[in-house]
Structure formats: structure tokens, C-alpha cells
Write a protein that binds this ligand. Structure first.
Ligand code: CUA
Length: 177
């Protein structure tokens, strides 16, 4: 009899663990896999974007990476991309990292096939390269409300050798050449 009881106890513990896994871990794993498939990483709290983490104001705009490529950090919000203007170097890999403060938006670069969905709570990534200096508009391509059709920012592509000389605040200033 004690042996039966022990087996029963073991079975109960096993069933308990399985139940916990099914209820907690399984949804987490599948949700994680789904987000990975969509290219989203669950990393930011839309309510505290301006207070802490990667998307605080001083960290927005274009930064030079150790390998010479550049990273652009942007916030999409009704009805702007912040910063509204970005300077990036030509003939250089540009990594965009974008998150949303409110609704689902879609960041796109006119004249190219580059576009990415931007969802609150996630960081969307996009890699681009611009062959020559020039100006690109970046309209929102996901209906996000009354101001959707006016939601856009600008990218000014500057000569590759000119870029390292620009100060961080000059990299978001479209009044510059
Ligand atoms: Cu943002 Cu449409």
C-alpha cells in the first residue's frame, strides 16, 4: 500500500509540474516564437520610453557603431516619427531601431522597398544602405488615425566622409547641407 501511495504522490507531482509548464511556460515559448517570426523583440515599455532605456531623447537619432556602420533610433507616435529629421552617411550600413509610443505604425522609406511595422512594446529593426547623398521621405504606411496621412520624417543622406565630423545634435538637423 505505501508503495501505491508513493507512486500516486509522484504522479501528482509530475502532473502538477506539467500543468504549470502548460499554463506558464508553453504560452511564453509560443508567444516568443511568434514574435521572433514577426521580427519583433519584446523589450520596451511604451509608457516609460522617455524616462529610461534605449529610447530616451538623448539616445534618439544617428549614432556611429564601433564597426563603422550607424544605428538610428526612432520613436513612432501619432503623428510623427521622432526625430523628424535624420542625417545618415551614404555607402554605409544603417541599422534602424524603432518603437511605437501608441498605435501600430509602418515606417517606410520612399523610393525603396524598405519598410517595417512598428508596434508598441517592441523594437522593430530594419537595415538599409543609401548609395548616394540625397533626401528621402519616410511616410507612415499603416493607418494610425486622423493624422496618418501627414505622418512622415525625412532622411538626409550626406557624403560618407562628412558624417563623422557632425555632432550628435547636428545629425538631426535638416537645416545643414
Ligand atoms: Cu502612423 Cu499612420
Amino acid at each position: 500500500m505505501p508503495r501505491v501511495l508513493r507512486t500516486l504522490k509522484l504522479l501528482t507531482v509530475f502532473a502538477g509540474f506539467s500543468l504549470v509548464w502548460l499554463c506558464v511556460r508553453f504560452p511564453y515559448e509560443t508567444g516568443h516564437a511568434a514574435k521572433k517570426l514577426l521580427g519583433l523583440s519584446p523589450e520596451v515599455d511604451p509608457l516609460t520610453l522617455h524616462l529610461k532605456g534605449e529610447f530616451v531623447e538623448s539616445n534618439l537619432g544617428t549614432a556611429i557603431d564601433p564597426d563603422g556602420s550607424v544605428t538610428v533610433r526612432l520613436i513612432a507616435q501619432r503623428y510623427d516619427f521622432v526625430p523628424r529629421c535624420l542625417l545618415v552617411p551614404a555607402r554605409t550600413t544603417v541599422h534602424f531601431r524603432i518603437t511605437s509610443a501608441d498605435a501600430v505604425h509602418r515606417f517606410s522609406i520612399d523610393g525603396t522597398d524598405d519598410a517595417v511595422e512598428v508596434v508598441p512594446g517592441h523594437i522593430s529593426e530594419l537595415r538599409a544602405q543609401f548609395a548616394t547623398p540625397g533626401e528621402y521621405k519616410t511616410p507612415c504606411h499603416e493607418f494610425c488615425g486622423a493624422g496618418h496621412y501627414n505622418m512622415l520624417s525625412r532622411i538626409i543622406v550626406v557624403r560618407r566622409n562628412l558624417f563623422p565630423g557632425l555632432k550628435p545634435d547636428e545629425r538631426t538637423n535638416c537645416a545643414l547641407p
